[in-house]
Design a protein around this ligand. Structure first.
Ligand SMILES: *Cc1c(COP(=O)(O)O)cnc(C)c1O
Length: 426
């Protein structure tokens, strides 16, 4: 019998079976514990979410819908999936929620697959002005298989231009209009998109991958009253497992279910769906409302502090969890900015600013967010300290002694807000 076929060998822990992977996980846990995670699309899940993800549900095949599966033995996972969907419906006030998309892009793909034919016209926010790859970038399926019309932001204030949205819709008569973004910090006016869609008979998809947790917690206006379909990731501000979902009105449920399976995917990841159910339970608690509110307060405070210290912020502030620093006034590129922040233990990412003169590999901006720091328990006073670290790092590129002093400050602050320290063996 192969060694892995005995009960004893299968029940040994990771440290014993694979010290190499164990130690890499330890290293990554340390990196998360002793640095400041400020990529706005990242967050820290609870032990309860981790436990569900690391469960035996990963073993189960469950192609199909609850109650209508192509495999036996699904009565337990049926309950898991129904529980997750019901909680999502309660949280967002929607009529149905498909829990099966593996990630945010797959959720969007399901909407395309359900309502469009290749060659149809779609409309989305320009990638270099805050949009997402899956909203029509030429390197993505959405840009390869569909005709894309992209709207942008105004030169004057970097806000989405409702006139641009309306006139492009009238001119090109898209079948699908997408609102939602990855690097747009202000409140999106969902009603503008509903009206534009109605004028030309288009479907309106709101992709709240970034804002979902804030929407759930009441800290960002919900598109649910306006959109035909709402897609999201579940791992960004939602603070759940890495995954996606599609929600909307009952009239669209059948088409979406068919598009996800058998249209695009095989078996759903039941362990992840269980973790989503746990995440929804957490998000339904009063605590989560406070969390969402604090995320936005922290982002506003951080933005104000950075402006006070002389930095430029795209659109001069934020209504959400994120902000984009425009580093041109201090003569630092996004690429260098990201690297120098990384060197002091602050993780952000280089990002184009609207009308960026730099190519996307260099960029003029760095995107930052507060969801992960807020999960650690940080508040407005810590944001002032973080702003100081950021400005000191960005204005001391190449000054090793200064940067190592900032690094020490970052670690000291991180240690005051423990995260997964119980998972560290040393
Ligand atoms: C992050 C994001 C997605 C995609 O999410 P993945 O889970 O990485 O596939 C989709 N849309 C928007 C607007 C996003 O920001």
């Amino acid at each position: 019998m192969a060694p892995s076929s005995t009960y004893e060998s299968r029940t040994r822990n990771l440290h014993t079976v694979d010290p190499e992977v164990f130690s890499l996980i330890q290293k990554e846990t340390e990196r998360q514990e002793y640095g400041l995670e400020m990529i706005p699309s990242e967050n820290f899940v609870s032990e309860a979410v981790l436990e569900a993800m690391g469960s035996v549900l990963t073993n189960k095949y469950a192609e199909g819908q609850p109650g209508k599966r192509y495999y036996g033995g699904c009565h337990v996972v049926d309950e898991v999936e129904n529980l997750a969907s019901a909680r999502a419906c309660e949280l967002f006030g929607v009529e149905f929620a498909n829990m099966q998309p593996h990630s945010g892009v797959q959720a969007n793909q399901a909407v395309f697959e359900a309502f469009l034919k290749p060659g149809d016209t779609i409309m989305g926010l320009r990638l270099d002005q805050g949009g997402h790859l899956s909203h029509g970038s030429p390197v993505n399926f959405s840009g390869k298989h569909y005709k894309v019309v992209a709207y942008g932001v105004r030169t004057t204030d970097c806000l989405i231009d409702p006139d641009d949205v309306r006139s492009l819709a009238r001119e090109h008569k898209p079948k699908l209009i997408i609102a939602g973004a990855s690097a747009y910090s202000r409140q999106i006016d969902w009603k503008v998109f509903r009206e534009a869609a109605d004028e030309v008979g288009a479907i309106f998809l709101a992709d709240i991958a970034h804002y979902a947790g804030l929407v759930a917690g009441g800290a960002y206006a919900s598109p649910v009253p306006y959109a035909d379909l709402v897609t999201t990731t579940t791992h960004k501000t939602m603070r759940g497992p890495r995954s996606g979902m599609v929600m909307g009105k009952l009239a669209h449920q059948k088409a979406i279910n068919k598009a996800v399976f058998p249209g695009l995917q095989g078996g759903p990841h039941m362990h992840t769906i269980a973790a989503k159910a746990v995440m929804f339970k957490e998000a339904l608690s009063p605590d989560f409302k406070l969390y969402a509110k604090q995320v936005v307060e922290n982002a506003r405070a951080l933005s104000a502090e950075l402006i006070k210290k002389g930095l430029k912020i795209v659109s001069d502030g934020t209504d959400s969890h994120l902000l984009v620093m425009d580093l041109r006034p201090i003569n630092v590129t996004g690429k260098v900015g990201e690297a120098v922040l990384d060197a002091v233990g602050i993780t952000g990412n280089k990002n184009t600013v609207p009308f960026d003169p730099q190519p996307p590999t260099i960029c003029s901006g760095v995107r930052l967010g507060t969801p992960a720091l807020t999960t650690r328990g940080m508040g407005v006073s810590e944001m002032a300290q973080v702003a100081t670290f950021i400005v000191e790092a960005l204005t001391n590129v190449g000054n090793e002694s200064k940067l190592s002093a900032v690094r020490a400050g970052v670690e000291e602050l991180s240690r005051r807000f423990p995260l997964y320290k119980h998972r560290l063996v040393k």
